[in-house]
Design a protein around this ligand. Structure first.
Ligand SMILES: Nc1ncnc2c1ncn2[C@@H]1O[C@H](COP(=O)(O)OP(=O)(O)OP(=O)(O)O)[C@@H](O)[C@H]1O
Ligand SMILES: [Mg+2]
Length: 149
Protein backbone atom coordinates (compact mmCIF):
# COMPACT_ATOMS: atom_id res chain seq x y z
CA UNK A 1 0.00 0.00 0.00
CA UNK A 2 1.29 3.46 -0.76
CA UNK A 3 1.93 5.89 2.02
CA UNK A 4 -0.59 8.65 2.49
CA UNK A 5 -0.74 11.88 4.44
CA UNK A 6 -3.41 14.19 5.82
CA UNK A 7 -3.35 17.64 7.38
CA UNK A 8 -5.64 18.59 10.22
CA UNK A 9 -6.10 22.10 11.54
CA UNK A 10 -7.72 21.50 14.93
CA UNK A 11 -8.13 18.84 17.55
CA UNK A 12 -11.65 18.27 16.25
CA UNK A 13 -10.30 17.56 12.79
CA UNK A 14 -7.73 15.14 14.19
CA UNK A 15 -10.47 13.34 16.12
CA UNK A 16 -12.68 13.19 13.03
CA UNK A 17 -9.82 11.75 10.99
CA UNK A 18 -9.30 8.98 13.55
CA UNK A 19 -13.01 8.22 13.45
CA UNK A 20 -13.11 8.08 9.67
CA UNK A 21 -9.96 5.97 9.24
CA UNK A 22 -10.34 3.46 12.08
CA UNK A 23 -13.72 4.07 13.64
CA UNK A 24 -15.60 1.22 12.03
CA UNK A 25 -15.55 -2.08 13.89
CA UNK A 26 -13.89 -4.92 11.98
CA UNK A 27 -15.99 -7.97 11.05
CA UNK A 28 -16.59 -10.38 13.93
CA UNK A 29 -13.47 -12.43 14.66
CA UNK A 30 -11.32 -10.48 12.24
CA UNK A 31 -7.62 -10.97 13.03
CA UNK A 32 -6.17 -8.73 15.73
CA UNK A 33 -5.28 -5.33 14.29
CA UNK A 34 -2.25 -3.56 15.73
CA UNK A 35 -1.93 0.17 14.97
CA UNK A 36 1.01 2.34 16.02
CA UNK A 37 0.66 6.09 16.62
CA UNK A 38 4.13 7.66 16.54
CA UNK A 39 5.49 11.17 16.62
CA UNK A 40 6.51 14.03 18.83
CA UNK A 41 4.97 15.02 22.17
CA UNK A 42 1.62 16.72 21.82
CA UNK A 43 1.30 15.99 18.11
CA UNK A 44 -2.25 14.64 18.36
CA UNK A 45 -1.88 10.88 18.90
CA UNK A 46 -4.31 10.68 21.84
CA UNK A 47 -6.73 13.01 20.10
CA UNK A 48 -6.77 10.71 17.07
CA UNK A 49 -7.21 7.67 19.36
CA UNK A 50 -10.11 9.40 21.11
CA UNK A 51 -11.82 9.86 17.75
CA UNK A 52 -11.42 6.17 17.02
CA UNK A 53 -12.75 5.15 20.45
CA UNK A 54 -15.75 7.47 20.29
CA UNK A 55 -16.65 6.26 16.84
CA UNK A 56 -16.42 2.64 17.99
CA UNK A 57 -18.93 3.44 20.72
CA UNK A 58 -17.01 4.46 23.86
CA UNK A 59 -19.22 6.74 25.95
CA UNK A 60 -18.32 9.03 28.82
CA UNK A 61 -14.83 10.15 29.73
CA UNK A 62 -12.01 8.58 27.77
CA UNK A 63 -9.12 8.16 30.17
CA UNK A 64 -5.58 8.75 29.07
CA UNK A 65 -3.32 5.73 29.53
CA UNK A 66 -0.27 7.94 30.12
CA UNK A 67 0.13 6.83 33.76
CA UNK A 68 -1.54 3.44 33.68
CA UNK A 69 0.15 2.58 30.32
CA UNK A 70 -2.98 0.70 29.28
CA UNK A 71 -6.72 1.30 29.02
CA UNK A 72 -9.03 -1.39 27.68
CA UNK A 73 -12.53 -1.13 26.25
CA UNK A 74 -14.92 -4.00 25.81
CA UNK A 75 -17.27 -2.80 23.12
CA UNK A 76 -20.07 -4.84 21.59
CA UNK A 77 -18.24 -5.35 18.30
CA UNK A 78 -14.56 -5.04 19.17
CA UNK A 79 -12.22 -5.02 22.16
CA UNK A 80 -9.82 -2.11 22.14
CA UNK A 81 -6.49 -1.77 23.87
CA UNK A 82 -5.11 1.76 24.11
CA UNK A 83 -1.47 1.88 25.17
CA UNK A 84 0.71 4.88 25.89
CA UNK A 85 4.25 3.66 26.50
CA UNK A 86 5.88 7.06 27.03
CA UNK A 87 6.52 6.27 30.69
CA UNK A 88 7.74 2.74 30.13
CA UNK A 89 11.32 2.50 31.35
CA UNK A 90 12.19 -0.83 29.85
CA UNK A 91 10.36 -2.86 27.17
CA UNK A 92 10.59 -5.84 29.56
CA UNK A 93 8.01 -4.17 31.83
CA UNK A 94 5.44 -4.94 29.15
CA UNK A 95 5.49 -8.56 30.28
CA UNK A 96 3.66 -7.44 33.46
CA UNK A 97 0.72 -6.10 31.46
CA UNK A 98 -0.34 -9.50 30.16
CA UNK A 99 -0.60 -8.23 26.61
CA UNK A 100 -0.66 -11.69 25.04
CA UNK A 101 -4.21 -12.11 26.32
CA UNK A 102 -5.23 -9.28 24.02
CA UNK A 103 -3.43 -10.44 20.92
CA UNK A 104 -6.47 -12.30 19.67
CA UNK A 105 -9.07 -11.98 16.93
CA UNK A 106 -11.63 -9.26 17.50
CA UNK A 107 -9.12 -6.91 19.15
CA UNK A 108 -7.78 -3.55 18.07
CA UNK A 109 -4.56 -2.15 19.55
CA UNK A 110 -3.76 1.56 19.46
CA UNK A 111 -0.17 2.12 20.63
CA UNK A 112 1.28 5.54 21.41
CA UNK A 113 5.09 5.67 21.78
CA UNK A 114 5.54 2.16 20.35
CA UNK A 115 9.32 2.65 20.12
CA UNK A 116 9.49 2.44 23.93
CA UNK A 117 8.26 -1.13 23.73
CA UNK A 118 10.60 -2.16 20.94
CA UNK A 119 11.08 -5.91 20.69
CA UNK A 120 8.13 -6.71 22.99
CA UNK A 121 5.21 -5.68 20.81
CA UNK A 122 3.55 -7.54 17.96
CA UNK A 123 4.31 -6.41 14.41
CA UNK A 124 2.03 -3.50 13.53
CA UNK A 125 -0.52 -3.83 10.75
CA UNK A 126 -0.83 -0.07 10.32
CA UNK A 127 1.34 2.82 11.40
CA UNK A 128 0.54 6.54 11.62
CA UNK A 129 3.21 9.17 12.15
CA UNK A 130 2.15 12.52 13.64
CA UNK A 131 4.03 15.78 13.35
CA UNK A 132 3.31 19.43 13.97
CA UNK A 133 3.79 21.14 10.64
CA UNK A 134 3.61 24.57 12.13
CA UNK A 135 4.20 27.82 10.30
CA UNK A 136 2.58 30.10 12.82
CA UNK A 137 -0.69 28.16 12.85
CA UNK A 138 -0.72 24.75 14.31
CA UNK A 139 -1.29 22.03 11.75
CA UNK A 140 -0.81 18.33 12.27
CA UNK A 141 0.58 16.22 9.54
CA UNK A 142 -0.59 12.64 9.91
CA UNK A 143 1.04 10.14 7.66
CA UNK A 144 0.19 6.53 7.04
CA UNK A 145 3.30 4.43 6.76
CA UNK A 146 3.02 0.84 5.59
CA UNK A 147 4.94 -1.21 8.16
CA UNK A 148 7.66 -3.48 6.85
CA UNK A 149 6.65 -7.00 7.85
N1 LIG B 1 -4.50 19.61 14.01
C1 LIG B 1 -4.48 20.16 15.21
N2 LIG B 1 -4.34 21.49 15.35
C2 LIG B 1 -4.29 22.06 16.58
N3 LIG B 1 -4.33 21.37 17.74
C3 LIG B 1 -4.47 20.04 17.65
C4 LIG B 1 -4.54 19.37 16.41
N4 LIG B 1 -4.67 18.03 16.64
C5 LIG B 1 -4.66 17.89 17.97
N5 LIG B 1 -4.53 19.08 18.60
C6 LIG B 1 -4.45 19.36 20.04
O1 LIG B 1 -3.13 19.09 20.46
C7 LIG B 1 -3.12 18.81 21.86
C8 LIG B 1 -2.22 17.62 22.14
O2 LIG B 1 -2.77 16.48 21.51
P1 LIG B 1 -2.59 15.01 22.09
O3 LIG B 1 -2.70 14.97 23.55
O4 LIG B 1 -3.51 14.19 21.28
O5 LIG B 1 -1.07 14.72 21.68
P2 LIG B 1 -0.24 13.38 21.86
O6 LIG B 1 0.48 13.17 20.58
O7 LIG B 1 -1.10 12.29 22.36
O8 LIG B 1 0.81 13.79 22.99
P3 LIG B 1 1.67 12.84 23.95
O9 LIG B 1 2.92 12.47 23.18
O10 LIG B 1 1.99 13.74 25.10
O11 LIG B 1 0.85 11.66 24.32
C9 LIG B 1 -4.59 18.58 22.23
O12 LIG B 1 -5.02 19.72 22.96
C10 LIG B 1 -5.30 18.48 20.89
O13 LIG B 1 -6.63 18.96 20.95
MG1 LIG C 1 -0.96 11.03 24.02
Amino acid sequence: MTNQAWLTRSGEETEALGASLLGVAPPANAPCRVVTLSGELGAGKSTFARGVLRSLGVQGTIKSPSYTLIETYELPEVQVLHLDLYRLHDPEELENLGLVDYHRPGHLWLIEWPERGAGRLPQPDLGFVFSIASDGHRIERIEFVAPTK
